[in-house]
Design a protein around this ligand. Structure first.
Ligand code: MG
Length: 407
């Protein structure tokens, strides 16, 4: 008894100093630790979503964007954006009621419930809205546990490699080559260019012109930069076959969306006929779309977008599927917070790159304090909780909650 009393007072004095001794099991530490655990469990059990806000943010530059903010009481919120207006309208009109009272940590159960809640849940604006909600919930989870999302997902990569996505740059030969060289100098070892201005109606001359873009770029950057090409759905199988035969000698890393995603057979045929990897997926909705393409050996790169495909939760499942097939997931980058956290959570063999749309990203995150910007072609993951999104009041003129509810 005396020994036990001495031990207790020793522990009390050590605790007051904030020093944790290494003690054998079944000491006084056990009840203390379990009471901490039960406090945390109580806090988790009490978590409920109490308010859903779609915030219209107007910048001093008069540009307007939308963010989704989910509240769990007064002290915890999840924020995600900018989100597409189609997603915002669906969140407001179809998801708002289902969210109130929900456990924000139970993202799997909520996703599944909402996917089963509508006969039209398998695509388009419905699943874009589900993506926005899922991403805001992941942000809330990160803030609740005090960790960045990529850490919660089991990731350890503090930086991810970005590829330069060159939408909107001139393709006049000298301007094209100058820009490619400049990007290489900035550290981009991967560049994607667009061959979307021509197609089947331009015949063999169109194929020649689109092949010339590849040749000019390879000449400009040399052999140590990967070049990718995006045809933006504009081709048919014959045009794609002619182009790939013509440019295989320049070793493109991939040809993206030569056809509409609905045209699975054309993807299968092209993949069979060319050594150039075929990519698609920015319009994949849910894991089932990806599975269809993977089991048909139709693509080598999955480009699902975590803001359209079902959110972080769904993109993770796609990564697992892709890893089974030895295929890369390189998310589409119309936005970047969720994409970079998922990429950082995965092995580099599964997710080697994230898309960075140079011109769009210049102003896209105008309203945020910490704008993701690559340095030397690398994007650094934030150490702030959640996705690390914080609005920058100094650049904002007005923030107001908006609704599309019918009265
Ligand atoms: Mg694309």
């Amino acid at each position: 008894m005396v020994d036990r009393m001495k031990r207790r007072s020793f522990l009390t004095s050590i605790a007051a100093l904030g020093v944790a001794p290494h003690l054998p099991a079944r000491s006084q530490v056990v009840p203390a630790a379990s009471s901490v655990g039960s406090a945390s469990r109580t806090r988790q059990a009490q978590l409920k979503i109490t308010k859903v806000e779609i915030l219209q943010v107007t910048g001093r530059n008069k540009r307007e964007v939308l963010y989704l903010k989910l509240h769990a009481g007064r002290d915890l919120a999840g924020l995600y954006g900018p989100i597409d207006s189609e997603a915002a309208i669906f969140v407001d009109r179809f998801f708002r009621r289902s969210l109130i009272g929900q456990d924000p940590l139970a993202t799997e159960a909520y996703w599944d419930k909402m996917f089963r809640a509508s006969r039209h849940s398998r695509g388009s604006h419905y699943i874009m809205a589900l993506s926005a909600v899922d991403n805001a919930l992941w942000d809330m989870k990160g803030r609740f546990f005090g960790l960045p999302v990529y850490r919660l997902l089991g990731g350890s990569r503090k930086k991810v490699r970005a590829y330069a996505s060159c939408l909107g740059f001139s393709q006049e030969p000298s301007a094209l080559q100058a820009k490619a060289r400049e990007l290489k100098k900035e550290g981009y070892r991967h560049q994607k260019w667009f061959v979307r201005d021509r197609g089947p109606s331009h015949g063999p001359e169109g194929v020649e012109e689109d092949a010339k873009v590849v040749r000019l770029l390879r000449e400009a950057v040399g052999d140590d930069v990967d070049l990718m090409f995006d045809a933006f759905w504009k081709w048919d199988l014959n045009y794609a076959l002619a182009w790939t035969r013509r440019v295989e000698q320049y070793r493109p890393r991939w040809i993206e969306e030569p056809f509409q995603t609905a045209n699975l057979d054309a993807f299968i045929e092209l993949s069979r006929e060319t050594s150039i990897p075929v990519a698609t997926g920015e319009h994949f909705y849910g894991r089932w779309d990806v599975h269809k393409f993977l089991k048909a050996d139709a693509i080598m790169v999955v480009q699902a977008d975590p803001e359209w495909c079902g959110g972080v939760s769904e993109l993770l499942k796609m990564c697992t599927l892709a890893s089974v097939h030895g295929v890369n997931v390189i998310p589409h980058g119309h936005s970047i917070h969720a994409a970079m956290h998922v990429v950082a959570s995965q092995p580099v063999e599964v997710c080697p790159l994230v898309e960075y749309l140079i011109r769009k990203m210049d102003t896209y995150y105008d309203f945020e304090k910490y704008q993701p910007k690559p340095t030397g072609g690398m994007l650094e993951l934030p150490d702030r909780p959640g996705f690390g999104i914080e609005l920058d009041e100094s650049r904002i003129e007005d923030v107001r909650a908006v609704t599309w509810q019918q009265t």
